[in-house]
Design a binder for this molecule. Structure first.
Ligand code: CA
Ligand code: CA
Length: 237
């Protein structure tokens, strides 16, 4: 005779509690209050925590369903999409950092680029710097790069080729000229002028840490009016 939670045994004429396995209600029969606290009305054992129950089991699951911004929750493990990071260890705002461009988390959380660097494609690199149109070398300021005759590259007088040569040789291989340079004359004979060394003149001072034709590039204020590029701006990155 089944009286619900108790059994009446006719042979012993006594009421007994059924075997604990038979008595234990299944998880489906007991409502959960959605937490894992043993001390409230619903013991943690009322419902076995599981991946898929929509509740994040602390210390076991990173997530359980739901959306993760710039990421995904799979098998209760969180993963950020490529190029993003959960750098504040808070999935509430998902993978909040674009590690491709964030200079404090460049390529990965916590990787800080230097003060003169930017973050691009997940790597730190020197910040873009512009030089010109006034160029200062050896204490002389000039806005004139001689390109007349064989002071031009290959003696060809091609402004674009000359401008590219100037930026690479005076500032570095990662430097390119900005559009806007024009051919002009020195404003007066002793105006400082720059040149690629050799080809047209040996006048002027060597510029340290530069390499033009056969040696350092040069700048000088000897007395001569020349033709060359002005308004020359180099963009370096
Ligand atoms: Ca869960
Ligand atoms: Ca986050």
């Amino acid at each position: 005779m089944n009286l619900g939670r108790f059994w009446f045994d006719f042979r012993t004429r006594r009421t007994k509690v059924p075997h604990s396995r038979e008595f234990s209600p299944s998880a489906r029969e007991v409502p959960s209050n959605g937490n894992a606290v043993d001390t409230d009305a619903c013991l943690a054992t009322c419902v076995a925590a599981a991946c898929g129950d929509g509740v994040v089991q602390v210390g076991v699951e990173e997530c359980d369903g739901g959306m993760i911004a710039n990421g995904a929750c799979t098998d209760c493990k969180a993963a950020c999409a490529a190029g993003f990071g959960d750098c504040n260890a808070d999935l509430g705002d998902g993978c909040e950092i674009d590690t491709q461009t964030d200079k404090n988390n460049c390529g990965m959380c916590g990787k800080v680029c230097g003060p003169n660097e930017t973050c691009g494609a997940g790597a730190c690199k020197p910040a873009i710097t512009e030089y010109g149109p006034e160029h200062m070398f050896q204490g002389l300021k000039s806005n004139h790069y001689i390109t007349q005759g064989c002071c031009s590259v290959g003696c060809s007088g091609n402004a674009a080729t000359d401008a590219a040569y100037f930026c690479q040789r005076f500032y570095g291989a990662n430097c390119t000229p900005k559009p806007g340079y024009v051919i002009g004359q020195t404003p007066f004979p002793t105006y400082p002028k720059m040149h690629k060394r050799d080809g047209c003149t040996s006048n002027g001072l060597d510029i340290p840490n530069t390499m033009c034709d056969g040696g350092p590039c040069k700048i000088g204020d000897w007395s001569e009016n020349t033709s060359g590029l002005t308004n020359l701006v180099c963009v370096c990155q």
